[in-house]
Ligand binder design. Sequence first.
Ligand SMILES: Nc1nc2c(c(=O)[nH]1)N[C@H]1C(S)=C(S)[C@@H](COP(=O)(O)OP(=O)(O)OC[C@H]3O[C@@H](n4cnc5c(=O)[nH]c(N)nc54)[C@H](O)[C@@H]3O)O[C@H]1N2
Ligand SMILES: Nc1nc2c(c(=O)[nH]1)N[C@H]1C(S)=C(S)[C@@H](COP(=O)(O)OP(=O)(O)OC[C@H]3O[C@@H](n4cnc5c(=O)[nH]c(N)nc54)[C@H](O)[C@@H]3O)O[C@H]1N2
Ligand code: SF4
Ligand SMILES: [Mo]
Length: 720
Amino acid sequence: MSKPPLPIDVLINEYGPHPQHVPAGGWTVGEPDRLVATHCCFCGQQCGINLKVKDNKVIGFGPREDFPFNRGKLCPKGVKRYMQNEHPDRLLHPLRRTDSGFQTISWDEAYDVLVREIRRIQEAHGKDAFAMLSGVSLTNEKSYLVGKFARVALQTANLDYNGRLCMVSAGAGNKKAFGIDRAANSWDDILLADVVMVTGANVAECAPITTDYIWRARDRGAKLIMIDPRVTPLARTADLHIPVRPGGDTALMNGILHVMIERGWIDEDFIARYSTGFDAVREVVKKYTPDHAGDLSGVHPALIVRAAEMWGPEKTSFLLHARGIEHHSKGVENVLSCINLVLASGRIGRPGCGYATITGQGNGQGGREQGHKCDQLPGNRDIENPEHRKYIADVWGISEAELPRKGASAQELMEMAHEGRIKGLLSICFNPLVSLPDANFTREALSRLEHYTAIDFFMSETARHADVILPGSLHEEDEGTATSAEGRVIRIRKAVDPPGEAREDWKILLDVAERLGRGQYFKFNCAEDMFNEMRVASRGGTADYYGITYDKVERNNGVFWPCPEPDHPGTPRLFENGVFYTADKKAHFNAVEHRPPVEVPDETYPVVLTTGRVVSQYLSGTQTRRIGGLVDQYPEPLVEMHPELAARHGLKSGDLVTVESRRGRVTLTASVVNTIRNDTVFIPYHWAEEKSANLLTIRALDPVSKIPEFKACAVRLRKA
Ligand SMILES: Nc1nc2c(c(=O)[nH]1)N[C@H]1C(S)=C(S)[C@@H](COP(=O)(O)OP(=O)(O)OC[C@H]3O[C@@H](n4cnc5c(=O)[nH]c(N)nc54)[C@H](O)[C@@H]3O)O[C@H]1N2
Ligand SMILES: Nc1nc2c(c(=O)[nH]1)N[C@H]1C(S)=C(S)[C@@H](COP(=O)(O)OP(=O)(O)OC[C@H]3O[C@@H](n4cnc5c(=O)[nH]c(N)nc54)[C@H](O)[C@@H]3O)O[C@H]1N2
Ligand code: SF4
Ligand SMILES: [Mo]
């Protein structure tokens, strides 16, 4: 049942959504003085890139053939990233809100206002009334620093990060099943797989270099199964595409497993020796016959049987998923249903046998280990575990009692701001007004804060609500490390100084800590100092970086964690020899049932809305909406809809359509394509204000991971 490629009728930009091999010399405006070997600042693939520098300016880039992951290839964003450094919109001075707009002030004045407000709010309402939000475009060093800064300098429990919108469902599922939160394999194992299953991931547009790995596997004869409500660019070439209804994934995976068990395609030996919990799963999936699972997930039962036939009997396989299954009020359960499929086939921890979530943000992997999650301490330790607390308190030189306990998660913090329980906020590297669901609610919450300071290098939409804005540093203006989607720790190198009065992010936090009277805990002179303290803090945790040094990362072009000792080579493939990171060292099956999304279509709001990305824009768009070449490729959000749905509403491509949910409405241009289910519309979310998809989305959270349900809510359409 191999499907031929479909005609390409969604918008494809001038470069196409596929990885490009950059011309040998790269692209440059003028002659550079030097090359700085570093990585792309955008997605979790962390492609190697050479920045060309002249007179303290980044003037171009070149490919880095020496970096094994991308071997000289980049996507359109990597190609244009260098254009931010000299951008006229860069914030060059601290700013303060006045009645007539933002006014330039000195660093001292800015710090004085911030510190005065922190003190005032904390004295009046308690330490936890001042919250911090952070982000994982930040390096490992800065992520570690933010975690320590919030707990030791601000002394608040209420710190969380933007990975709460991104990686947490996968993280919670992986910890439950495997005891560790990392891709189980380096991408090299994709090359050896006989069948690759991709669900809820628009690989060609969002992890473009992964496309190259899948293509190379297919050159060897591997089969590709893609599960997505849309026929994404990579799905057009797949052997099997399953157009799941948003929210139907647990049922679908249970259905595939049902058929595998029925046909005897499970590895009973692996299950008996290396896992627990399979009996409960076997029991639960009994009722997920292809017909029943097909009903619940909105797909033809024959597709479920076909997927089982393609996945079940193979000797090697790789399953990849991303936010399409994770951005749900049952995101963790969706992840567990995928892991059940992998474990039942026994194909993990061996060459060509793998599983991974495709981490999204640049340092989405490292940033979720170093302790700026509300429930976490460095090394992926648990902030409520007495031993973990004691260990970190000792590393930081404070008493265990002084260490705050678990705080609220990102969306919950915004709800607390709305209720007036959070009065002050310091944010770095997060643009919640664009990226949180129900933007009207977020705007209201921000307007209720008594004080808000934002650290950013551009004036984000959220920063417009700030009382003070501190100009921070771009990726290429600071040293550090990041950890890629594969789990590889890599070196980010400084190419230029921050422009104007802008400062390196970490120096800003150190200055504030000093002024809060906590400077003695932050005696760092450089990024490497922070890394070395972080190594010790991570030691013995599941995310153990102790054996990794800057020198080792540089010598080896990256090191995979866990790496517990200096002479340890690092761990590209986890779970070899069937050893897992759970307390009993076994992999854990988890029986999961289908649950519908919190909001399902009805007579008033009959259409499903799902949201996501396009290749040329990145996240909330603060950076990529400012780069002309990228804007040209996809200038505004389009509402993708099927011809049948369009016809029912009298719409054709190019018409303006009003999309309305119970929370808000947007009017955007329709794009009529036959690459999407006829009951679902898709809107990319990179735009702000009246073009923001998040005016429509729902504030429904997964009860375990607290991720918002970005991928399913109910809307109605009307020709505008
Ligand atoms: N170009 C670009 N690349 C990026 C980013 C970016 O903003 N732009 N961001 C980075 C980040 S932080 C992230 S998290 C990743 C995200 O990478 P992806 O998760 O691949 O991207 P999304 O577009 O959010 O969603 C993926 C797909 O899920 C599908 N989907 C929607 N609902 C469902 C469902 O219920 N089930 C299934 N199976 N599929 C569903 C959508 O149709 C979409 O094609 O990309 C990273 N890379
Ligand atoms: N509807 C809908 N909403 C979504 C999603 C979806 O699929 N659909 N996806 C969600 C996902 S997966 C994610 S990851 C979030 C992302 O949401 P956000 O984290 O809010 O998005 P970013 O654009 O990364 O915002 C980061 C801000 O930090 C700044 N910044 C970047 N790097 C640095 C740095 O090194 N230092 C400093 N000081 N500032 C920096 C940028 O200029 C930007 O203003 O959005 C989520 N929201
Ligand atoms: S955005 Fe991602 S895939 Fe594109 S060049 Fe940067 S790291 Fe590579
Ligand atoms: Mo993300």
